[in-house]
Design a protein around this ligand. Structure first.
Ligand code: SF4
Ligand SMILES: [Zn+2]
Length: 126
């Protein structure tokens, strides 16, 4: 796995990066048979995309969770793919990475939505 490297090293952003990495690993291990720190090409590509979005996120450490975000900067196909990963890996995170899971759900997910910045990406596929 190529880890997400962010310009902003704030603890909140680092935690966000470690959380999505852990979720993609769980998903890829169970669905695509990878092991250890390995990811298949498709999951690595999704993780790299998510990392790039996070790096450019207009809210940075003020962000809520992406699912509650008023901007939704993901392209529709990537958003659908990451949602599938979250749906599968979310419930499993509590057992495998309880600290990250609790922080994501109870701390980051309860933040106030920031005021919207930038254009909302349309839901339609092209
Ligand atoms: S969906 Fe929202 S919170 Fe998530 S990276 Fe994009 S702009 Fe930031
Ligand atoms: Zn995979």
């Amino acid at each position: 796995m190529e880890r997400i490297e962010l310009k902003n090293q704030h603890i909140r952003m680092t935690r966000e990066a470690r959380t999505i990495e852990a979720m993609v690993l769980i998903y890829c291990h169970d669905k695509h048979g990878t092991r250890g720190e390995s990811l298949c090409a498709e999951c690595q590509s999704l993780l790299t995309y998510a990392g790039a979005r996070l790096d450019k996120c207009p809210y940075q450490e003020g962000k809520t969770t992406c699912v509650k975000c008023p901007t939704h900067c993901y392209k529709p196909d990537k958003r659908a793919a990451v949602r599938e990963v979250m749906r599968y890996a979310g419930p499993r995170m509590m057992f495998r990475h309880p600290y990250l899971a609790i922080m994501h759900l109870l701390v980051d997910g309860r933040r106030e939505q920031p005021e919207r910045v930038g254009k909302k990406v349309r839901e339609t596929t092209s």
